[in-house]
Every structure is written in C-alpha cells, then in structure tokens.
Design a protein around this ligand. Sequence first.
Ligand code: PHE
Ligand code: ZN
Length: 881
Amino acid sequence: MRADDDRTVYLEDYRPTDFVLETVELIFELGENLTTVGSEMRFYRRGGADQSAPLVLDGDSLALSGLALDGKPLLPERYEQKHDKLIIHDLPTDEPFTLTVKTRIKPAENTQLLGLYRTNGIYSTQCEAEGFRRISYFYDRPDVLAVYTVTIIADKATSPLLLSNGNLVEQKELEDGRHMAKWHDPFPKPAYLFALVAGDLGMIEDKFTTMSRRDVTLRLFVEHGKEGRAGYAMNSLKRAMKWDEERFGREYDLDIFMIVAVSDFNMGAMENKGLNIFNDRLILADPETATDDDYGRIEAVVAHEYFHNWTGNRITCRDWFQLSLKEGLTVYREHEFSADQRSRSVIRVEEVKFLRAHQFPEDSGPLAHPVRPTQYLEIDNFYTTTVYEKGSEVSRMIATILGQDNFRKGLDLYFERHDGGAVTIEDYLKCFEDATGRDLSHFALWYHQAGTPEITASSEYDEKVGRLSLTLSQSTPSTPGQKEKKPLHIPLRTGFIGPNGDDMEPSSVSGGERRDDVLHLTKEHQTFVFEGLGARPAVSLNRDFSAPVKIEYDLPKEDLVRIAQHESDLVARWDAVNTLALNTLAAATRACQSGETIPVDPALTDTLTGFAEDDALEPAFKALALTLPSELDIGRRIGQDIDPDAIHLARNTVRDAVAKAGHKAFSALSVSPAEDAPFSADAESAGKRALRNIALSYLAAANGDATPAKEAYDRATNMTDRIAALRILAHQFTGAAETKAALEDYRERFAREPLVLDKWFTTQATIAGPDALERVQNLMSDTAFDIGNPNRVRALVGAFASSNPSGFNRPDGAAYSFFANFILTSDKRNPTLTARLMTAMRSFSALEKTRREKALIELERIASHDDLSRNLRDIIDRMLK
Ligand code: PHE
Ligand code: ZN
C-alpha cells in the first residue's frame, strides 16, 4: 500500500508525458533580488494519449506571475496550482499550442544552490537533477527533449558576460545600462542540461580542430586574476577531446565549448550542453596552490564532463532510475582516459582504493542500493558511488567479458542506434548483445542486485599429475529491500605464479569458461580444474581487480609474498602487499585491545623494504605500495565492534616498525632533487614527489624529530611538497613549535585564497585524538570559514566526520552531538550538501557498543525533528531503519 502523502517515485510507474514539447523560448530579466523568467513552450498532444488529460508541469518554490495560451491570458478556472504542480485543463486535442508562463524568483536568497542562484556577484544555474523547476514551470524530466532559445537581459556593468547553451545568435545594448544576449542550442535537450551564467569573469581562450577539420572555440571563465591558474584545465580539455576521437570515434558537435568555474557549487562539476559549470577547485591549479592529486582530479573531471557530451547529452536517460547509464559509463570512459594519460596500473590501484573506501561501505550499509535502483524519495541522494563507481565497474566488466574490440563495437552501435534518444540500461546492454551475439542476460543482474559479492576460494594441488583444482563459491549479503540474492556472472582475471616468480600457463581447463586469463564464474559453487602445472603455483585471483568483489582466500603467507614480489600484474602485486599489511594491522589492533604487545610481521616489513629498494618499479607505484592502509581501511577490515583508538595506536606502532626496518631505504628516497628542476605536473614527476614524501613521513616516524619536516615545509616550492610536510608536522608532531609555526605561516601565506585554505582546514580537522573536536570548533570561527560555501564545509566539518575516526568517534559522543547540531543548522540552508554530509555516519552500527549507542542517540535526535528537508529525511530514515 502506498500512502497518499508518500512522495516516493517508482520505476514501475514510468509513463511518457501526455504532451510533446518541441521548443522553448526563455527570457531572463536578471536581478539579484528579483529575476523574472518568461517561458514560451510549443506543445502538441501525443498521439494515442488520453485526449482529455491535463498538462501537468513541475514547479518548486515559484511565484507565478503570468499564464497565457496562444497569446491569450488563461482564466483561473482553466488551471490550478497543487503540490507545486501547475495543472492546465481543456487543452487542444489535435492542434499544437503555445503556453506562456511567467515566474519570479530570487537568486540571492537561493542558498540551496539549486536552480538559478547568485553568489559572489555571479548568477549561475544548477539544474540536475530537478533544479529547472525552481526556475520555471516545466516538464522537468530527462525524457522531455526540446530545442532551447534563451534571451538574457542584465545590467551591463555588473554582468558584462551573458552565457547559455549553444551558439550566440544576437547581442545588443539596451537602455538603462542593460544589455541582452540571445543563445540558441540546436540540439534537443532535457531541462537538467540547461545552463545560464551571468556576471563579470576573466577568460582564457583556445581552439581545437576536430577530426573532420572543424574549428571549435574553447573558452574557460574564471574569477578575474585567476586566469593564470586555468591553463592546466584547458590543456586537459584539449587532450580529452582528442582522446575521445581516437579511442571512441566521438567528435564534438557545436562551434563553441565553454567552461565556467564558480566558487559555490554543491558537487564537482556539471555537463550542461556546451556550457559546463565547475566547482572552481576542479579547475584552478598552479604549482604553488595545487597538489599533484588536484592536477589529476582536474584532468579527470574536465574529461568526464566533456565525455558526457556523448554519454549523457547526445544520448540521455529516460528517467532518473537510469542515472548510471550516463554516470557509470562516463566514469568508465574517464578512468580509461586517465589510464592512457598516466600510468595504467597506478590509476587502477587508485580506483580500487577509492571503490573499497567508499562504494563497498555504501553497499554493505543501510544506504545500499542497486546500480539501477527501483525507487527513490529524493533523487539528489542517488548521486552515489554505487551509481558512479560501481556503475563504471559494470561497464568495465562488460569490456572484460567481450574484449576491448567488441566493447567498442557495442558502443558504436549504441551511439548509432540511440543518438538523440532518452534510453534505458536495457537499451545499452542490448547494443552489446546485438553487436557481438553474446548473451548478457545473466550478467545484467549486476545492475539490479545490491551488495558486494563475496567469493570464497580454496585450492588443491595434486603434485603427481600437475593438477590444480580451484573451488570458488559466491554469495551476496542481504541489503535493504533485497533479502535473497542470486549468483552473478563474475569475470575473474586469474594468474598462476610459479616458484621462480614466472607466470605459468595450464595446458587445459575444465569446470567453466576461461578466455585469456579470465575465469567466468557463473554458479554459486564452481570448481575449475587446471592441468599441466608442473609445480604448485600461487594463485592470483582478480588480477587488475577485474570484478568489484571481496575475496576470502586463505592463501599461505609465502604465496602472498610471492605475488607481492613477482606478479606481472601490478594491481595484484599492490593488492597482495595491501593484504599483508591489513592482516598485520588487524592483528595489531586485537593485541592493542587485549593489552598484549603489538606484533609486527617481519614478512610485511621485509616486503615493504624490498619495494622501497627496488629501483625497477615506477615511483608512483612504489609510493602506493609503501602507503599503509588508513585507519578507516583497518576499521572496515575488522568490520564490527570497531574501536578507533585501538586502531590508531596499532597503526602508529606498525608504521614505526616499518619506518625503523626500512630506515636506510627511506633515507635514500627522501633526498630532494636538484634545486632548480622546474616544476612539471606530469605523472612521472608527481610519482617522484609522492615517493619522496612518503619516505619523509617514515623518516619522521623513525627519528621522532620534527626538524626535517619543518625544513621540507620551508624549502617547498610547490603545494604537493608543502602540504605533505605540513601533514607530517600536524599529524606526527601535533603540539610541536615547528608545527605551530608552519600552520601559522600557511594561514598567512594563503590568507586571500579560500580554496587553498581548505587544505589547511582539512589537515587540522584530521588530526587524530580527543582534542580534534575543540580544534574543529575553533576553526569554525576562523574568518576564512563560511558555512554558505560547500567546499569550506566539506573541508572542515566533512573531513572531520568522515576522515578522522579517532577524533570524531570520541567515546563520550561529544563530536556526534556537535555534528548533529551542525546538520540541523546546515539543513535549513542547503539540503543537498547536508544529506551528503550526513552519510559520514552511515556505518555507525559497526562501532563498538559505547560509541554506537551514543551515535544512535544523536541520529534519533535528528530524526525526531519534523521539519527536515526531504533530502535529509530520506537519508536519516534509511540510516535508522
Ligand atoms: N552530472 C554531474 C556529473 O557527474 C554531477 C552533478 C549531479 C552535478 C547533480 C550537479 C548536480 O558529472
Ligand atoms: Zn557525470
């Protein structure tokens, strides 16, 4: 039974609209306190639709100031406004008609940053997912594609720049110091891809010549004075455009492509047609202010939004349940781009780390949902790592199952068949089936079944005949709304590493399909039998992390070490070291809790020292291998009754032991390069910096002396080195005079750079231990902190709640209650941001009892308020179910 006031949306309720919208002409008269929006929409009744059906348009917080049909004002009895909808009756049955709607909105009061808002003198829009209805009454759904013409009128002095989607078709001066610009976008699009920007911004310009020799103008707009920091984003854009032509045959389709960087933005960036809008942290970079990670993120996100032009815009989603159709696929394309631009294995390891740190916990907690959900209360809350990153993994698995060439064939067919359409995940899958003849019906379950599959493996080797039997069993835990799970089709890349470290190739395989090194696990229990293996191999399962699963495999330690040292697949090597480290760290935590001395496995310290000394490995990979799992990783590994203080102590103890054992190697690695080497952001240079900085942190641990880190801070000529040194000081020498001095220097040095100060906030918000809360509270009164800016909030409060396990989970619960108060305040301003922040506590039930109970009290206190936003209500109710 569905209650009347239940606003839940169900996939099964999907129906096309009764009317077809062909064109829309919008006229904006911009004023920060009052903006008027005129909308002229050309409709006709859909063939076969109910001939008496009214036209029902979406709205949200709108003031209606005019309504006309074919130029004549509509009488009040012809329409009604109900539950934010505008309902119009008695519309023509055969003839097309024009509906004119006028609304008034207040951009300066829009603190939700959804719809049209004005901050720092800039008007900008955010319409995905349902923001357009805060601008005008509209069919605000992705399957309604119309051609837009947009006129913007504004004061010329304060808004010299007037931008929207498509091509500029007219521009002129008006009286009273105003001016106008008119834009036309020839490509039909859904409302969520509409964008408008007005204000006074600086610009850099470039051009790109496409594969069919068309010139495209590229413009990137940033705050005046920041033009010098936009070059890397522009360069990334050009590389992305080229790559999409070469790798996927996709060419850009308008004469101009624009990106605007804004400082107040809820998410990372938005792919509006021809006019991407970015959070400025994902555009601005120069060596003094951006880290190598920032450069990598900028490159990836600029490419991601650009790639949406085909996967998202030219072909869009039929409804929001299909969100992963565009997001999962575009993340996959983004990952492939990064892999081609940088080091494939390093990029893959970073993806695996991210997936395990964010998606796996989501998938095993109260907010778990399938890649393609079947219901939602608030779509904003479904921009999740499951829809994005697990969605990407699903496309990656399709490529693994079919092979890259066949994947490309399927995608070519998808572009050909569905260009201009609003389609479903079934449509997407069908293209791969039709292009290759492979049946993907079993595989499709990955889209519908939530939860991370768990595989248990065991193997037996028969020395006499050289036969290895590998038994794999799979199961997927229950998730909210899905109790029973079926076995999935899981492609597992598998290697056999011989005693001398070389790959072994079996002469035959039975028990299931094996192509190249991919085992196709399709049943609940399956035994693969490999013949012709002359010695017992170490079995390397899930090479390259070919499937997003958890594997329980009781591998002898010497096998794990063999894989760590010799696997030809670097991702598997990294994973083996990581497993060795997690085993040691989990044992150390247990010892800590029972007051025993903390053991540190020499197999771990030896392996890590071996990595540190191995000059054949690329530095970026070495840096990843030498980085111990985080406290959060260890907590997830332990899984229940988590005691963050014990984990903190255990990790520091293991870190110190590694530092001592590898002292000599770390000393050698920490040496700085020649003074005058010019900065380069390329992946290789970044890898060297990463390696040097991890070595520095081990040395600091081994020597217990803050001086070298302080010297590194003072000597730093780029942000990567500076922030790395600052982190060592703040996290390993918290109260030291050197730390104080460096923190003050940083605050002073970047006093006028809020984005750069975010790193300073985060560094301090993540200092472990019980003093963290007070530190965070003090930082909230720093003049640079601004509760209205999502980046500031995430850098300080978000980092504290999600990345400081011992500090946030103080046993007395004081941080929970601080956080709950913050959530309640923030929800009044910005529900999207607040609901996302709230998810930091989604795994509270895995904590040990005292903390779990204290957390629950605060969560219930939040839930007890009856005026929560729908975003927050949705998250908190699911967390408490
Ligand atoms: N569609 C954007 C992206 O991934 C994300 C986004 C969603 C931005 C909703 C704003 C609002 O590329
Ligand atoms: Zn996206």
